[in-house]
Design a protein around this ligand. Sequence first.
Ligand code: KIV
Length: 264
Amino acid sequence: MTKKITVNTLKEMKLAGEKIASLTSYDASFAKLQDEAGIDVLLVGDSLGMVLQGDKTTRNVTMNDMIYHTRLVNNVRQRAMLISDMPYQSYTTAEQAVKNAKKLVNEGGADLVKLEGGEEISEIITAIKNSGIPVCGHIGLTPQSFSTSDGFKVQATTQEAAEKLKQDALAIEAAGCDCMVIECVPAEVASDVTQTLDIPTIGIGAGVDCDGQVLVLHDMLGITGKKFRFLKNFLEGNDSIAEAIKAYISEVKNKSFPAAEHKF
Ligand code: KIV
């Protein structure tokens, strides 16, 4: 029986300097390939609203969507840890957040739930954590804050904004987060936050010094055709999807991805 990745494994990896490789996952076929390739963390992201449902933002994704896709991924994963996104407006009060987090765990099979936001959601994070559910934070670019994709820009580009990001990171760590996604911020800022925190950081467009990396699966396979600076098409030069996923994991682990050309 393969040993499952847990929150404690991620913390040990941070201490040992071993990078965490993560990708989004939304269905059983891809999840099986990802798990067999050795991915550490599968993220059922609410990016599925854009990638699978064709919307301009993540805001129309529902709890039922998230439970459904989390269940599909959970059905086949053996080793990878499973994080599921709490969708827009599913955590506006502590009571609602705990109820919905429990659904993602009990009905979907998630190990952790992920919420977007800084200090202002500290109480919500603590309430979920106190209910026994591990939490992943998400700071920097937080797509649920935008009603159109026009707002998707690099964050924390001034000293003041970088300091605020760090304060947010510390606040949500203190509130009970077990790990944290940092999205689209300058590499130096993410590096500073990563060194400041005890919990692991998982970056997307945040440089190589985060404790791990995550990409949207359909972006790194070139399916969405997005050309963001922080992306790389791993299907180019590889003969199959399985080989592309293995190449991604290997480049994250040996720190060759993200390279200087991918950082802000
Ligand atoms: O929804 C998602 O896919 C995410 C990643 C981009 C980190 O939150």
